[in-house]
Design a binder for this molecule. Structure first.
Ligand SMILES: [Zn+2]
Length: 499
């Protein structure tokens, strides 16, 4: 019930008035003038629909009782065409017409029942209205009952069949097949419609020579069957696609929106791209997901690092630099914390890296440590210890005694020199005979400092015997070697003299 009410309300709103069968007059559209003017010299109006004694324009180009519009040609007969598309529901042909015979006396149909139209075509238009094209030429009909016709489709040839006094097309319209309600499709001050049923009614023909006709072009019919979009064939569009769609063969197709996107929704239920297995899509960009599970450091697979192992950030599995090992995701060098010796080099692990210490000097490597194990060095100069030569052999001091007639001097054994007189070998009075600075030439003296080690060792042993007599002022003690050297020089000279 509710639905019916809505339909009634809708119809009432759009319908100026309704005919008996409910057809809407507003829908009755005559697209074009029903004669093909290109097939003849032209046409005009001889009689309009009668509204009393007047035509729709309140003129007199009608006659009483005329329930249609008469269009005679201005020259040769014109081809009759459909003013609108529809279906042929009735025809008549074979009736006498004045064009086919000069016998004007043959006019049997006027006021004589159903043949006053002569040869005609009745078309039921798409809105349900019926249009009659009457008085056509005998044998000229081009359509038959049941035919579908399009606007402008030829129906036959003008003539003067039926109740007609001259060649013309009688054109009338009814809201249905009942011819009792024929009406004037023109609108004018004396007409009955408030709106013309012609697409373009044209002007008013006030006389035979005043030719004012409806437009003779069919309306373009948008062709949108099965089309959601695209050209409707009449300069319009069948529909509108969404902003992210494009029309393809009448169908709206979603256009993937992937500009600048490597991944993600394309807006058409698809994807713009595929990220790698270790990536996720974030706002159209594939982002690498760091793979750091169980890793303190090393490559995260995304060009970064998993942690802050400063030793070697490259530690990943077995990817440490050479001679390093990856231990607990840190690149380390030590595989043991035990200190060892490599030759004379101590090697121990400090902060996961080997620290090497070469043992030098008196140190040697013992159990990974540099330990002082030597008394002396092989490079040490020999010295004297008493009457022994003291030299370093294998890191230990070794004493070598000088002979009885020898005396250790400067680390070497030198022959003793016999005393000059047997009476006084034990008593060479210091300061007596060999006058210091007297005979021994300066060039014979051992140069002080030439061998500081032996010099010091001798001096230290002689310090205690340093006589006050040997002091040469300022408290300095003349070294014993100088005394001995002076004595030897004197003895040598004297020995040479004796020989
Ligand atoms: Zn007529």
């Amino acid at each position: 019930m509710k639905k019916n009410i809505y339909i009634w309300a809708f119809m009432a709103a759009i319908t100026p008035f309704a005919f008996a069968n409910g057809a809407s007059a507003q829908d009755m559209v005559l697209e074009r003038f029903p004669l093909d003017l290109s097939s003849c010299k032209g046409a005009t109006v001889s009689a309009h629909f009668a509204h009393g004694g007047n035509d729709y324009h309140c003129g007199t180009r009608t006659y009483s009782g005329h329930k249609g519009t008469d269009y005679p040609p201005t020259g040769a007969p014109c081809t009759v065409v459909a003013a609108a598309p529809g279906e042929v529901v009735a025809t008549a042909d074979g009736n006498y017409d004045a064009q086919s015979s000069a016998d004007a006396s043959v006019n049997v149909c006027c006021g004589n029942g159903g043949c006053s139209y002569g040869n005609y075509v009745r078309i039921k238009q798409e809105d349900g209205s019926h249009v009659v094209y009457a008085h056509m030429k005998k044998g000229s009909l081009l359509v038959a009952k049941g035919d579908k016709v399009t606007c402008g489709q030829p129906l036959g040839i003008q003539a003067s069949s039926g109740c007609s006094t001259g060649t013309h097309l009688h054109f009338d319209i009814t809201p249905d097949s009942n011819g009792n309600n024929r009406y004037d499709p023109y609108v004018g001050s004396c007409g009955t419609l408030d709106k013309t049923r012609w697409v373009s009614q044209g002007g008013y023909c006030s006389s035979y020579s005043d030719i004012q006709l409806p437009a003779d072009t069919c309306q373009c019919k948008p062709s949108c069957n099965g089309k959601a979009c695209g050209d409707d064939g009449c300069g319009g569009q069948c529909g509108t696609c969404a902003p992210n769609e494009t029309c393809n063969a009448g169908a709206c197709q979603c256009v993937p929106q992937c500009d600048g996107k490597a991944c993600g929704d394309d807006g058409c239920s698809g994807q713009c791209g595929t990220c790698g297995p270790n990536e996720t899509c974030h706002e159209g960009t594939c982002r690498c997901v760091p793979q750091c599970d169980g890793k303190e450091c090393g490559d995260d697979g995304c060009g970064g690092q998993c942690g802050s192992c400063t030793d070697d950030p490259s530690c990943s599995g077995d990817a440490c630099a050479s001679e390093k090992i990856c231990l607990n995701n840190k690149c380390v060098e030590c595989d043991t914390t035990e200190a060892v010796c490599e030759g004379n080099t101590a090697k121990k692990c400090v902060d996961n890296f080997y620290q090497y210490t070469e043992c030098t000097g008196k140190d040697t490597c013992v159990d990974g440590e540099c330990v002082e194990t030597l008394e002396c060095l092989e490079t040490d100069e020999p010295t004297c210890d008493g009457n022994n030569i003291k030299r370093c052999v294998g890191g230990q001091y070794e004493l070598t005694a000088c002979g009885n007639d020898q005396q250790c001097i400067d680390g070497t054994c030198q022959d003793k020199v016999a005393p000059e007189t047997p009476s006084s070998p034990d008593d060479p009075t210091p300061g007596d005979d060999p006058t210091p600075g007297d005979d021994p030439t300066p060039g014979d003296e051992p140069t002080p400092g030439a061998d500081s080690d032996s010099h010091v060792s001798v001096q230290s042993s002689a310090d205690s015997s340093c006589s006050a007599n040997l002091q040469t002022g300022a408290g300095n003690c003349t070294p014993l070697w100088m005394v001995l050297a002076g004595m030897l020089s004197l003895l040598g000279i004297r020995r040479r003299r004796r020989s």
